[in-house]
Design a protein around this ligand. Structure first.
Ligand SMILES: NC(=O)c1ccc[n+]([C@@H]2O[C@H](COP(=O)([O-])OP(=O)(O)OC[C@H]3O[C@@H](n4cnc5c(N)ncnc54)[C@H](O)[C@@H]3O)[C@@H](O)[C@H]2O)c1
Length: 339
């Protein structure tokens, strides 16, 4: 069986925690080399997984016969490194958010389209079995017509001197750029709709870094759904309960604890169509049903799908284009917050 050979740029963070273990587990994938700007990190990760290690991406790309490159570096480095990999004829899997700006993102997707190479962005939450189920339920009319959405995603991210995510020029933004983008991508995927209008507020109320630790966005989709996204860096991990609640005119799907790196949490569904107006506001017409996350590895699902596409000799830039749109929305969020 032919395996996809992977090399990694930016090996020390999420790459080591999630993506490299997913590559190692995936039957159709093989890790051949890693690179990190920090020599000790490159060496430690190379030795941990028993592969060649480098501190320069060009040197790694010239010395290996990898088919695919995973980029797990801070956002400011994504565009240049993805273009460098493309120069070496590689397909690329870049972490979210795709780039610092939508202009950079457009440039990147255009370059991959022209070269006929695959570009995938690490929005892994759409592969969660409960998000797939929510999408199928909505498509199947099981909540009626979607009318209202609420997404919430948070963590505890205190002041850390030198942290790239806390500097606008390195991370591009704060809680929305890091967490809110996952919500926006997921909402559009699950609803099969597009956010077209937003109003937003941001604040840095708990910490002293330059980017926002709190963001609230109100949005309208093309299909007429109204909703909110709340992204916070200042809610303790234990108190952070992620949520994606979608209400239709005949019921709801409510995902709790599913916006996460693991396939856990629950989805509760209620189908409750209502006839005439009831002044009594009687609500319960049927029992809600709850489903559990299946506990699969979301990162392995991404790696597997990427590999299958390459092995079939295909490219699919649909989600990369969606990632460009998410960067446009992110810019709208920051512009509107400044008004
Ligand atoms: N999809 C997810 O679940 C998820 C989770 C966490 C982070 N991320 C994304 O992954 C990316 C990295 O985040 P992280 O938390 O792993 O960051 P990190 O700072 O923990 O790790 C980044 C690694 O890249 C290395 N690095 C920095 N600059 C480099 C450069 N120019 N060239 C090569 N190596 C370089 C660092 O030494 C470090 O080892 C970001 O885009 C982030 O948004 C995605």
């Amino acid at each position: 069986m032919k395996k996809i050979k992977w090399c990694v740029i930016g090996a020390g963070g999420i790459a080591d925690r999630r993506t490299i273990p997913a590559i190692m587990k995936d039957e159709g994938s093989e890790l051949v080399a890693v690179m990190d700007r920090v020599p000790e990190v490159a060496e430690a990760i190379g030795k941990k997984y028993g592969v060649a290690y480098y501190t320069e991406e060009r040197e790694m790309l010239a010395s290996t016969d990898a088919d695919a490159v995973y980029i797990g570096t801070p956002v400011f480095a994504h565009k240049e490194q993805a273009l460098t990999a493309l120069e070496f004829g590689k397909s690329v899997f870049v972490e979210k958010p795709i780039t610092m700006t939508s202009a950079e993102a457009e440039e990147l997707v255009d370059a991959f389209r022209k070269a006929g190479k695959q570009l995938t962005v690490g929005y892994m939450m759409k592969h969660h079995n409960l998000h797939e189920r929510a999408k199928a339920m909505i498509e199947g009319g099981e909540i009626g017509k979607p009318v209202s959405v609420r997404a919430k995603f948070s963590c505890w991210y205190p002041d850390i001197p030198g942290a790239w995510r806390q500097q606008k020029k390195l991370g591009g933004g704060g809680a929305f750029m890091d967490l809110g983008v996952h919500c926006a991508e997921l909402i559009e995927y699950v609803l099969d709709d597009e956010i077209i209008e937003i109003k937003s507020m941001t604040a840095t109320s708990t910490f002293s870094y330059e980017v926002e630790d709190s963001a609230v966005v109100i949005f309208r989709t093309k299909g007429g759904v109204l909703g909110t996204i709340e992204a916070n860096f200042n809610i303790s991990d234990a108190a952070s309960t992620s949520a994606l609640e979608i209400y239709g005119n005949s019921g709801y799907v409510s995902c709790k604890g599913t916006l996460a790196q693991t396939e856990g949490g629950t989805l509760t569904h209620l189908y409750a169509p209502q006839g005439d107006y009831s002044a009594m506001q009687d609500r319960v017409t049927s029992e809600p049903k709850t489903y559990e996350g299946e506990g699969a590895d979301l990162y392995q699902k991404q790696i597997k799908r990427f590999g299958e596409l390459l092995l079939a000799g295909k490219t699919d830039l649909y989600f990369a284009e969606k990632a460009v749109h998410i960067q446009k929305l992110t810019e709208m969020v920051y512009e509107n917050a400044e008004k």
